[in-house]
Design a binder for this molecule. Structure first.
Ligand SMILES: NC(=O)c1ccc[n+]([C@@H]2O[C@H](COP(=O)([O-])OP(=O)(O)OC[C@H]3O[C@@H](n4cnc5c(N)ncnc54)[C@H](OP(=O)(O)O)[C@@H]3O)[C@@H](O)[C@H]2O)c1
Length: 352
């Protein structure tokens, strides 16, 4: 059996993914920088564990020398992805992660040639961002060949995990981002708003710098991409206010204070909350004349993240994915998401 190592296995998403991987019979090696948390988790799951931090590339490469694929769940990925990718290039290990951070995806993509030379796959953003919306984007691009604009969006009601909050805070300093004629353009947080029917009636939504701004462009080649999330009034107000407080957020003490607040939610969404969760995805492609809309429904965002990440990881482990930077629908086609979790099919609207 090919060897999988899950880095950051004792974080909120890492725990869910390690448990699910074990249920699927993958027997991953658990890894991270907290020996105690690892030992406890490894005993619970009956798995091997390795403690190493990411400060010394040579040590990381050595730890990965007998590993076929790393699944990185340690975020914010701005602090972990470059280090693990560097080591993977050295050790010849395939790399998969669940980042939704645009700068991280862009940096990994720039190493595609190096990865091809090393014979390894670089597969970032295999969680909620970007598997469902990447497949939706590819489906829309097939429905409307020659589309010039893509708008994608997600609606969910789950409270985020502490890691997601911390990562959001890290990214807040940069504001938002969209794709404009193929270029990544920085815009303020919550730059545009519109009302979107994600599948349960029209809701207010604002632009968000999710990883899909990067991924869906590389998959479809559609040059203009905006990504929206459902935003109830308090969120919209907070985002508007963020334009004025962003310089303040950039100061270390304020950021650290907000992170401490986030630690209060350490446990993350409960099992019961996950069981009841659902996520609605919406996408629109247009070419100036025609417009098509498709939708997709899946379960809880964290369940979706684990299911998507493991669906990709299993294919990488099986040797089905070629070397270089890869995107979900670019590699497996738009239907890849169907059958993962509860995604039964695309709901299409519009003529083509
Ligand atoms: N793309 C998506 O759709 C999606 C979905 C869900 C989550 N995410 C992202 O996944 C990440 C993890 O979320 P979470 O809720 O699992 O967070 P979490 O509970 O805070 O866990 C984070 C994990 O990362 C490790 N870590 C963080 N920084 C590290 C570093 N510099 N070196 C080594 N290990 C480090 C932590 O280890 P220590 O405890 O030792 O620090 C911990 O194991 C977040 O960035 C989140 O935004 C993305």
């Amino acid at each position: 059996m090919a060897t999988l190592l899950i880095y950051g296995s004792y974080g909120y998403n890492g725990r869910l993914i390690a448990g699910e991987a074990t249920d699927r019979g993958l027997e991953p090696i658990l890894a991270g920088r907290d020996g105690e948390a690892l030992a406890e988790q490894a005993a619970d799951l009956g798995l091997e564990h390795r403690r190493f931090d990411l400060s010394d590339p040579a040590v990381v490469a050595e730890e990965l020398s007998d590993v076929d694929c790393v699944l990185n769940c340690a975020g914010p990925f701005s602090n972990t992805a470059d280090e693990l990718v560097e080591a993977c290039l050295e050790s010849g290990t395939d790399y998969v992660d669940i980042t939704g951070e645009i700068p991280v995806i862009e940096r990994i993509r720039r190493r595609s040639d190096e990865a091809e030379d090393a014979g390894i796959t670089l597969f970032p953003a295999t969680g909620l961002s970007s598997v469902p919306m990447d497949c939706l984007a590819a489906h829309l691009a097939e429905r409307l060949p020659g589309a010039t604009h893509l708008a994608l969006g997600a609606e969910t009601f789950r409270p985020p995990s502490v890691g997601s909050i911390t990562t959001l805070l890290e990214g807040l300093e940069d504001g938002g981002a969209i794709r404009d004629e193929g270029r990544l353009v920085h815009v303020p947080a919550g730059w545009k708003s519109r009302r979107i029917d994600f599948g349960r009636g029209t809701r207010p939504a604002v632009t968000m710098p999710l990883g899909d701004v990067s991924t869906s462009y590389y998959t479809t080649g559609v040059p203009n991409v905006e990504v929206y999330v459902f935003a109830p009034p308090p969120t919209r107000l907070a985002l508007r206010a963020h334009r004025y407080v962003a310089p303040l957020l950039a100061t270390g003490p304020v950021r650290e204070g907000l992170k401490r607040v986030a630690q209060v939610a350490r446990e993350g969404p409960s099992e019961r909350a996950r069981e009841r969760g659902s996520t609605y995805f919406w996408g629109e492609a247009s070419d100036g004349d025609e417009r098509v809309v498709s939708r997709l429904r899946m379960s809880d965002p964290y369940v979706v993240t684990g299911a998507c990440a493991l669906a990709v990881t299993e294919r990488v482990l099986d040797g089905e994915v070629s070397p270089g930077y890869r995107t979900p629908a670019g590699e497996f086609g738009p239907e890849f998401v169907l059958g993962i979790d509860e995604a039964a099919g695309f709901f299409d609207e519009g003529t083509p």
